[in-house]
Write a protein that binds this ligand. Structure first.
Ligand SMILES: Cc1ncc(COP(=O)(O)O)c(C=O)c1O
Length: 443
């Protein structure tokens, strides 16, 4: 390493070490989440940046080797966001090299969701079939799922996200997946580090996805992952991510030799429509793809975050337990979160739903907390069909609140607080003080 580079890295270390992390109760925000990274991530990112290699490279390849086991899968592809990961997973359902599901195939999905869990279903020309969710977990209502599957043999798949790290009854769900021969896309974007009956969330689906947006269990700024046990599906996903390219040297065996490094034969009669033509495999396209690749810099940060994941996860579990103590006395007014039987969630957040008979509204408690500088968030879209962009999909369902009553309640009454490592004991004590003082005003 050159002297100048060493100096730069040393200065960056000093700069990060000297950062002040001051927090004043009542004047500084208690964030619901945020990136938690240190000099290691900065140094890794700067080293990659200064190396001159910007695009998918050795750090991304290394990350792709290391990360699948975190979702209990064998293979995986790094991408530039969790939304891209969902898009790729659904594209693999459609691909002739993937699951080859026909246009218009029906996919069950809950009506309460993060938009980009279900958007790819719509964007890829499949037909979403919406179900309501259950309280307090907000996971898909499995009674409804079962009824639909019994009555409609055209349903081919199911896609949903484990809600804030807490799964539905996976034994029952997986029995339905098996019985009805469904493809299951498991959005584990909020569920990294969570388990069901000793098995990692992210390992149940045919394909599962993860997000590395700063609010998530670990971050690389933006980033996402598609995991699978199938080498064939992994190849299709990587191709769709990389413009549809047939050549897989980028992800498996980099190099630039004429003979080709991964397939062993770069120049060959690859074009099925012009069998006489000798063509460069690097510009042969197996898929109608996108470009959803990450920067190598993101992967370099991700590799550093992976080392910290045990601490990041432990903090979420601990903070969740403290928040549960804080809110327990007010259970009369609120549906408190509850881990599904057999599950061990690494909670993304602390989810609350104000009970219908409570003498206050969600706005009252959320305003109170936010006025005291405690950040809250809605449970993402609530009922997605109520949103302007989705109204055309709502028509067949008639009155949304009669069709999806729990989703209606979630949209008006649910919210969450953070659980991330940035919630220090001091901040949690402050949350307790503010929460107790709010309930002191409730008559
Ligand atoms: C359940 C779920 N799925 C998908 C996404 C999309 O991930 P990203 O923000 O990385 O695109 C999110 C985002 O937070 C999410 O919570």
């Amino acid at each position: 390493m050159s002297d100048k580079m060493e100096q730069i890295l040393e200065l960056v270390s000093q700069y990060v070490n000297e950062r002040e992390d001051k927090w004043e109760p009542g004047s500084d925000w208690v964030s619901y989440s945020g990136p938690h990274y240190d000099k290691e991530e900065y140094l890794a990112a700067i080293e990659v940046l200064l190396s001159g290699w910007l695009i998918f490279g050795e750090n991304a390849r290394e990350f792709e080797k290391k990360f699948p086991s975190h979702l209990g899968m064998k293979h995986g592809s790094l991408t530039n966001s969790g939304s891209s990961a969902n898009l790729l997973a659904v594209a693999a359902l459609k691909s002739k090299n993937g699951y080859n599901l026909p246009q218009g195939s029906k996919i069950i999905t809950p009506v309460v969701c993060f938009p980009t869990t279900i958007n790819p279903v719509i964007q890829s020309g499949f037909q979403p079939v919406f179900v309501d969710v259950t309280l307090p977990d907000l996971n898909p209502d499995l009674d409804q799922v079962e009824r639909l599957l019994e009555s409609d043999p055209e349903i081919r798949g199911i896609m949903f996200a484990h809600v804030l790290g807490n799964p539905p009854d996976m034994n029952r769900l997986m029995a339905l997946v098996k019985k009805h021969d469904l493809i299951f896309v498991e959005d584990a974007c909020d569920a990294l580090g969570s388990y069901y009956d000793g098995k990692k969330l992210g390992s149940f689906g045919h394909i599962s996805t993860c997000s590395f947006f700063p609010a998530h269990h670990m971050t690389m700024g933006e980033g996402g992952f598609v995991a699978t046990d199938s080498a064939r599906i992994r190849k299709a996903v990587a191709s769709i991510r990389d413009w549809g390219r047939a050549c897989y040297c980028n992800t498996l065996k980099p190099g630039n030799v004429t003979a080709g490094t991964a397939c062993g034969n770069r120049f060959k009669n690859w074009l099925t429509g012009m069998p006489e033509a000798v063509y460069d495999h690097r510009y042969v396209f197996d898929e109608i793809g996108y470009n959803l690749k990450p920067l190598d810099l993101q992967a370099a940060m991700g590799l550093q975050q992976l080392k910290k994941l045990p601490d990041l996860d432990a903090a979420r579990r601990k903070n969740f337990a403290i928040l549960q103590q804080i809110f327990k006395p007010y259970e009369k007014y609120l549906h408190l979160p509850q881990a599904t039987e057999l599950s061990d969630p690494c909670w993304f957040a602390y989810l609350l739903t104000v009970k219908e008979d409570a003498p206050f509204d969600r706005a009252d408690i959320v305003d109170y907390l936010e006025n005291e500088k405690i950040q809250t968030r809605s449970y993402f879209a609530g009922n997605i069909l109520a949103h302007p962009g989705y109204r055309h999909l709502a028509e067949p369902y008639g009155d949304l609140n009669s069709m999806f009553p729990v989703a209606g309640l979630v949209t008006t009454n649910s919210f969450f607080l953070g659980t991330f490592i940035g919630l220090t004991e001091e901040k949690l004590a402050y949350i307790k003080k503010v929460v107790d003082s709010f309930f002191g005003t409730v008559r």
